[in-house]
Design a protein around this ligand. Structure first.
Ligand code: ATP
Ligand code: MG
Length: 424
């Protein structure tokens, strides 16, 4: 136990962190271009926020939350998703009082007690965006466009955008009844979970992964064919704007989304490259959530994008995330009294913005040179007793193999040209 991470969690080791830094940088940059600002919220919230926000008939709230009591007896929950917390922060800090819409993005760990498998973890990470305050379909199109740009930037081509409208409180109740009428004769054949959903959330049955249920729902009435005028008008406008953004999509009446709060637009980016857990990004509009969580009647739209799945897809498509550059300089000290001179030079080079390293294992000269190689050093700077006497350094260009003496205080200038465009 002591030397094993909890089931469903993963260390992100140095051989991977540079990839995470890279995708985070790309996401930051795209969000900046779209005028989104970063928001950071606590890892845990009052349990009630998710029960109300995510919806108490969802899988997440019914069986996937990491919930615990703190020492004062408060029920708290590790966040299973990002939206509810951002809404809470928006309401609590009265951000709705400023000019709207409000456009936020975040990069967060999420926690769900699920069966770990490929693309499904108990601690996983999401990039997310949320826009509050706008009912205009341009907002939905922008959110989708941001997601599409991000995936394209990471070389992801084999991905399909699926869009749907899942109605609103005006048209959904009627549709639910139609769906229940259709499913009623098949009730006994539904899986246990779906029998439980029949009254409380019948639309989720359409989304059930069990092959038996998938067969049973074939031919069911679809929300898309029973939208009210406002919802169907909005869906037409969305398609028009997506066309204007030159974004390809397929209308997929089967998208339901796992969270209860969605209204109108629902969408997913699905990859054909990573097997069953192919949904890299999922999102939609939620026009009543903010109000339900105690805020003003402000609409919202956003998405969540799984970073682990994103990296799997990028890799499957052969996208090469650039590996970090090696050291600009590695200082090799060969003789008594040389180390202090080496330290002074090390400090100067770092101050000048360079990636400079020196041996830390008391290796001999040969070992230090080997270490310089392992560090991927562009230059090796050798300080021996002879060099020290002359106040010079032997500078070895590791690319050409050429070695020459340079003045101790000219080193920075000498190597700056060679590393230009590399790290500084
Ligand atoms: P799924 O269909 O895979 O169950 P979901 O509908 O539960 O996904 P959302 O709640 O919309 O997913 O979360 C958005 C994204 O977060 C997903 O598209 C996926 O990339 C990622 N994600 C969700 N759950 C997990 C998990 N347990 N492990 C890894 N990534 C996840
Ligand atoms: Mg899920």
């Amino acid at each position: 136990m002591l030397t094993k991470a909890p089931k469903g969690t993963k260390d992100i080791l140095p051989a991977q962190t540079y990839k995470w830094n890279f995708v985070e940088g790309v996401f930051d940059e795209i969000c900046r271009k779209y005028g989104f600002q970063e928001i950071r919220t606590p890892v845990f919230e009052h349990t009630e926020l998710f029960a109300r926000g995510v919806g108490d008939t969802t899988d997440i709230v019914e069986k996937q939350m990491y919930t615990f009591d703190d020492y004062a007896g408060r029920s708290l929950t590790l966040r299973p998703e990002g939206t509810a917390s951002v809404v809470r922060a928006f309401v609590e800090n009265k951000l709705y009082a400023g000019v709207q819409p409000s456009k936020y993005y975040y990069e967060i760990p999420c926690f769900r007690y699920e069966k770990p498998q490929s693309g499904r973890l108990r601690e996983f990470h999401q990039f997310g965006v949320e826009v509050f305050g706008s009912s205009d379909m341009i907002t939905d199109a922008e959110v989708i466009s941001l997601g599409a740009d991000f995936l394209a930037e990471l070389g992801i081509r084999n991905v399909e955008l699926h869009i749907n409208s899942i109605g609103c409180p005006d048209c959904r109740p009627n549709y639910r009844e139609l769906l229940k009428d259709f499913l009623r004769p098949k009730y006994d054949e539904l899986c246990d979970t779906c029998r439980g959903r029949f009254d409380r959330n019948p639309m989720r049955i359409l989304d059930c992964k069990s092959p038996v249920c998938q067969e049973l729902v074939k031919g069911a009435p679809m929300m898309l064919d029973h939208l009210c005028e406002s919802c169907s008008g909005a869906f037409e406008t969305l398609k028009e704007y997506l066309n204007a953004f030159e974004i390809d999509y397929v209308v997929d009446a089967g998208i339901v989304r796992g969270l209860d709060y969605y209204t109108k637009t629902a969408f997913e980016f699905v990859s054909g490259n990573i097997g069953a857990q192919g949904t890299v990004c999922g999102g939609g509009r939620y026009d009543n959530l903010i109000c339900e969580l105690g805020g003003p009647p402000a609409p919202g739209v956003g998405f969540g994008l799984g970073i682990e799945r994103l990296l799997m897809v990028a890799e499957a498509e052969g996208f090469k995330i650039p590996a970090p550059a090696g050291a600009d300089a590695f200082i090799v000290c060969a003789g008594t009294g040389c180390k202090t001179a080496g330290i002074a030079l090390l400090k100067r080079l770092r101050k000048a913005g360079m990636h400079a390293e020196m041996d830390g294992m008391d290796r001999n000269m040969k070992g230090q040179l080997k270490q310089a190689d392992r560090a991927g050093a562009r230059y090796t700077l050798i300080i021996g007793e002879d060099e020290l006497r002359l106040n010079k350094v032997s500078l070895k260009d590791m690319t050409s193999g050429e070695q020459r003496l340079v003045g101790m205080h000219d080193v920075e200038e000498e190597i700056r040209g060679g590393i230009n465009g590399r790290t500084i």
